[in-house]
Design a protein around this ligand. Structure first.
Ligand code: NAG
Ligand code: NAG
Length: 240
């Protein structure tokens, strides 16, 4: 509906331009200004609060002013070495609804393969040549993950597939695929109990009512101490 409405607006204004052209020379359409990205660099937080960047549910990074004494942040979170901490938006029933830290596996981005130099240099000079190249080209080449520009529907994720091409580098092809949960007896939920998953040997807690999309134990299963989803009936016994 909105798209249709916008499309209508666009057609409407375009025909308006044409009408105007009969009596007045066509003015170039105003160029939409590119707004600078809002980051912590251009956000001023009120006293006793500090700016952190967090990932909104739409995947975009946004700034957030958190109380200075608030500890549930990446600065206080220890992730495994192959993980990185990201502050993420959650859905809350109560306010304030602060973003929370989440440890995520680092995305492995393969840099594009550089074509080999055509004239082979003596071994001793190879290192030297690399230095020269870096001097000529001081900006590091940041590998771009093709998935960064792909917006997948809810419940699907962007997966990179190897591409075959005639001339390297062959950039991998992104595609949206249903999210497969890494563990047995898990399912993907758009709004799952991120903070209070059903754990073995614990009563179902009503913690802060927040949810996050993610992989959670299916109905009838609960999380044991090793982070596996086990049938409810095995759970109580294991944690006695
Ligand atoms: C900021 O924190 C200080 C010390 O904790 C306190 O004295 C002051 O009243 C706070 N200011 C505001 C605006 O909350
Ligand atoms: C959790 O469940 C898995 C799979 O059933 C099992 O191998 C593991 O020993 C369990 N861990 C604990 C702490 O009970």
């Amino acid at each position: 509906m909105i798209i249709l409405f916008l499309a209508c607006l666009a057609i409407g204004s375009a025909s308006g331009q044409e009408d105007a052209a009969i009596i007045a020379p066509i003015k170039p359409l105003p160029v939409k200004p590119v707004l600078p990205a809002i980051t912590c660099a251009n956000v001023l937080c009120i006293m006793n609060s500090t700016c952190v960047m967090y990932e909104a549910l739409n995947g975009k990074m946004k700034p957030y002013c958190l109380p200075i004494d608030y500890k549930n942040t990446c600065a206080y979170t220890k992730c495994k070495c192959f993980e990185k901490c990201v502050m993420v938006e959650v859905t809350c029933v109560t306010t304030p609804c602060y973003p929370v830290p989440e440890c995520r596996p680092r995305r492995i981005v393969r840099p594009p393969i550089k074509p080999l130099p055509t004239d082979p240099l003596p071994i001793g000079r190879k290192k030297r040549q690399a230095d020269d190249l870096s001097l000529d080209n001081p900006l590091p080449v940041v590998p771009v993950n093709p998935c960064d520009t792909v917006k997948c529907a809810a419940g699907t994720q962007c997966v990179l597939h190897d591409a075959v091409c005639r001339r390297p580098p062959c950039n991998p092809i992104p595609s949206c695929e249903p999210i497969r949960c890494p563990e047995k007896n898990q399912e993907w939920l758009e709004c799952g109990p991120f903070f209070c998953p059903k754990r073995c040997g614990q009563e179902q807690v009503m913690c802060k009512a927040m949810c996050r999309p993610g992989c959670f134990c299916k109905k009838g299963f609960c999380l044991n101490k090793s982070g596996k989803c086990v049938p409810d009936k095995n759970c109580g016994i294991l944690n006695e």
